[in-house]
Design a protein around this ligand. Sequence first.
Ligand SMILES: [Zn+2]
Length: 207
Amino acid sequence: MDQEKIGKFIAACRKEKGLTQAALAEKLGITDRAVSKWETGKSLPDASIMMELCELIGTNVNELLTGERIAMGEYAKKAEQSLIEMQAKAEKADRNLLRMEIAMGIIIIPLSIVLAKISEIFSNQGDALIGNALLVLSYVAIVLFGFIGLKIEHDAGYYECPNCGERYVPSMLSVILAIHLGTARRLKCPYCEKKGFHKKVISKKKE
Ligand SMILES: [Zn+2]
């Protein structure tokens, strides 16, 4: 609880009602020093007079303890707006991940083909050690890319069932084992249990 903010709020409400510290103190049967202490954030009003105080300065306990006016409609709207912004941010991050996967593929797949070709040249010239090392490197690059790609495809966004239209995140294992066409995978829907090619979608909510 921000005592200073609460104090400023009490002072503002009191002034709105055209009350001096002394006048408010008198109505509450307390000293004006006590009111001054609330308003400077040195103490909080005692629970026993909280309700009466709120009534006198035209507020309620909720507002007093948060130290600001709460318009209910506004409050809900603000919360919803933050949620939408958070979701948009997460979706943008997912989109970037999927783009990164494609970029990785564009670089790594040709690179490992080139590595394999170079290894062949070394092997043909009798330099089997360098040849084999390059070949292993090209395999490692492909396997690593495959694994990172799978991880990205699993983590980013959702898969959509073409049968019932539900969107869900499958288990990592089912993604690894699934046959795929582009970013669509043959998966079993956890809602309707039908198997089919489920396409990758970014958002949980349907547009
Ligand atoms: Zn389904």
